[in-house]
Design a binder for this molecule. Sequence first.
Ligand code: HEC
Length: 131
Amino acid sequence: MVLLVAAGPVTAQEPLPPLLSSGLPGEVTADRLPMPADPDLRLGRNIWQANCQYCHGTGLAGAPKITDRRAWAPRLAAGVEKLFERTKNGFIGAGGAEMPPRGGASSLSDDEIKSALVYMIANSSDGPTAR
Ligand code: HEC
């Protein structure tokens, strides 16, 4: 918690891409995205940066890239609970791309991976969880 507070306010360096765009160009690190005001989303940001950014910041191995609303929209249609289940248990897509269980970070709690998921969704949609 101290760390989160110490991080202080950071402003967005780039505007978020519009609905159904394919997202920011290049590798999208958490540093390029707005610092969330909500403490849960801040936790999610830290978890995401440490455990999910490696694949979901670059689109590595077929991972849907954060901010790529076009890639996320059909996945979001399945609902957040379905996406959470796949985050927990892992998932192999139709094209054979593999999402490892918990993004490979087996020591993370359910709450931690859920916060990372919500952070990723918030930056990849205009849905109810978007800020
Ligand atoms: C080693 C690379 C890798 C890491 C690390 C990783 N993912 Fe993924 N993830 C993937 C790939 C690849 C896919 C796409 C699978 C497909 O649809 O073909 C994916 C898909 C997803 C999906 C979409 C599932 C669906 O139903 O379409 C969610 C949600 C997700 N990841 C969440 C996370 C979260 C949260 C983390 C961090 C805790 C994380 N991932 C870490 C590779 C990764």
